[in-house]
Write a protein that binds this ligand. Sequence first.
Ligand code: C2E
Ligand code: MG
Ligand code: MG
Length: 760
Amino acid sequence: MRAGETVSPRLRGPVMMTSGVLAATAVSVLARVHPATAVAVAALFSGLLAVVTGLVVLVTSWRRGDAMRLSARFLAMAMVTWGVGQLVIGGEASLGDPVFPTLGDVLGTVSAPLGVTGLLLALRPRSVRTHWARMTLDSLLLGCATLLMLWRVAYRPALLSGGLSAGDALALLIALIETSILALLVLGWLREFDRGLLLTMLGFAVYAAADGYTLRSVAQGHLWPWAAAALWCIAWPAIGEGVLRLQPARHADDGRASEARVALTTTVVTFIVLVVAVAAFAGDPVTDSVTIAVAVAMIAVFSAREAWTGVQRGRLMRSLTRQAMQDPLTGLGNRRALGWRLEELADTPEGAVLTLDLDGFKEVNDVLGHSRGDDLLVAVADCVHAALEPDCRAFRVGGDEFVVVVPGGGGRDRALAHTLLEAVRAAALALPGAAAVRVSTSIGVARWSGGATAAAVVESGVALHAAKQSGRDRVERYDGPVAAQHRRSLDVERRLRVAVRTGDVDVHYQPVLRLESEASEASEASEAVVGFEALARWVDPLLGRVTPDEFIPAAERCGLIAELGTHVLRRSLADLAALDASVAGARVAVNVSPVQLRSPTFAADVADLLAEAGVPATRLVIEVTESAFVGEDAGELGQLQQLRALGVWVAIDDFGSGYSALAYLSRLPASTLKLDQGLTANLTTDPRALAVMRSIIDLGRALPLDVVVEGIETTEVRDVVRELGARYAQGWLYAAAVPLDQVAGVVADLERRRLPVIRG
Ligand code: C2E
Ligand code: MG
Ligand code: MG
């Protein structure tokens, strides 16, 4: 039982309905037994029932706190007023034959607007505004259609004389209102299937049927029929109970399923109306003023409904377009809006694009929380917007990335970029808690000419990247070295695509040597080639020689690295037979990019390539740089473990060049540590470099890992690293990387030069 209710809802319904049925039966019986008092009795009974139901509704709903409260009160008042009107009519009838309209009729009429208001209040919050208006128009249309049918089928034939009295016109108006309300209840119920609404609707249908019956009888010149009162006795408890059971509307537009029902209902309504209109005239094409008036009303409502739908559709389209174009947080245009603006400006001969990216924004989110982060973005958007002249536009194209488009020349972009730099700094300082973080912005600026706006966006991004690289909190323009560097990398990417496709990337081999003979006690040790490192080489007809340090990152950027890596691996394995001819059992070491390792099929692909070449896995070394494990991706580690399981050796390349976190060394399935040439370079001049080298070699031996020292250029360095205990060496002292056909010559040369190494 809800707070404030006086009667248990479970008892209330049955009690009310039973009393309604009993009253209806009593009216029927009494009217038959004593026809003379039939009118008075019928009016008194139905009136009494309406008053009692109204009071129950009023009392029960009085302290209800929900949205249905007001509608229930209006309906209760309507019931009570209507009931009192009937009681008065009953009294008047028992005194003599009342003449229409009596005082009771007047009270009954007063109740109508109260009841209509109550019903509308019950229905209104159940629907978003657009549906509400649409439902009202639909209901009116259905009301008109029903009225047309009633008029043509029941009322007009019953009319005694051809003339239409004021009473008849009023009766028709009442019929129109009642059928429209009934239609509204039906449509409302179809949206939500509320049981209270269903009961109200059924009760109201019975009430309207009784009303219609009364009106028709009066039009035929009969007395007011007692049977109508019997129907009212049933209608009021149903309406009252229905109203009390009405549930407050769920959130206005939560029902996606009900959207489909609204659309379906609209179609059904249109269909019914058209069928009714055709049926009403079938076989009886007589047109009278009422038919014409109702038909015209129908056409008017129909047109209004269509016009209204059109307006709504336009509004919806506009709002959808706005939503699709706008960043909801800052209100600036989004990436799509930027695209439109750039297209718009394609005819503008020159202009500039500024790309801004906040520095330290992640910190704001992490330290001050995401809502402060949002505040900052809004503040930045506001200050950017405020700094713009009317023809300039700002867009938010990513988390903390903004783009400003400045049409025309005159160096406005230069001034604006510096204004924005200051403005963002100020906005960041004004943020509560700003002392804890350091926020600034980096700005990339690119100009366009000849309408190449889209290219300018890319170029301003490149300039932004350069600004970030050279220390943040600055403006960098896309010109000079930045532009030259970008153009070069674009050229490299474009030409590399061709080279990889045509297999024009070559592979050269650099020997790896063992520093000591196995007989380490011997006072003399000599070096022997044990394998080769495969190194990619590319000479482009247009660009000339491009170093791997340039084209490997380019291949990683533009998604070519997997293809290039496979090419190098396949070539190296195929060349192994020829390398074997120079050095029996030589291993080939192939460099692998972290990007390749991220592929979940990498190990399987290597296995396939080994099988294809017919080379045992133990002849292959995969070199991976330590940067591949900075993120400690389990997937990459898994690929290495699978390779080890196959028998492939794993070498950690360029050790000592980066962060050289030692923790992962023991976890990696590696067999070899290749020390970066940066460590080798100052070995003979810098005692600290020597100390570092010594400890890394000791570490490698302790783990144990084979240590290969790269970048051996002189015999002094070779001697030092050998003294420190390194087992393998690679470097120009022995040979640079050479094409396959020179490998045999290089190895022969090394054999010849194999000078005894004097051990210290
Ligand atoms: P890396 O794997 O450390 O390769 C050794 C680099 O040192 C090679 O440079 C080699 O030519 C050079 N080098 C050899 N001996 C000496 C020396 O005594 N002194 C000096 N200063 N340098 C020496 P390169 O060929 O320019 O390769 C650079 C890097 O490019 C390689 O470093 C490797 O990381 C990468 N790379 C080369 N080929 C491939 C490839 O096929 N795939 C992948 N993913 N990366 C490759
Ligand atoms: Mg390498
Ligand atoms: Mg290396």
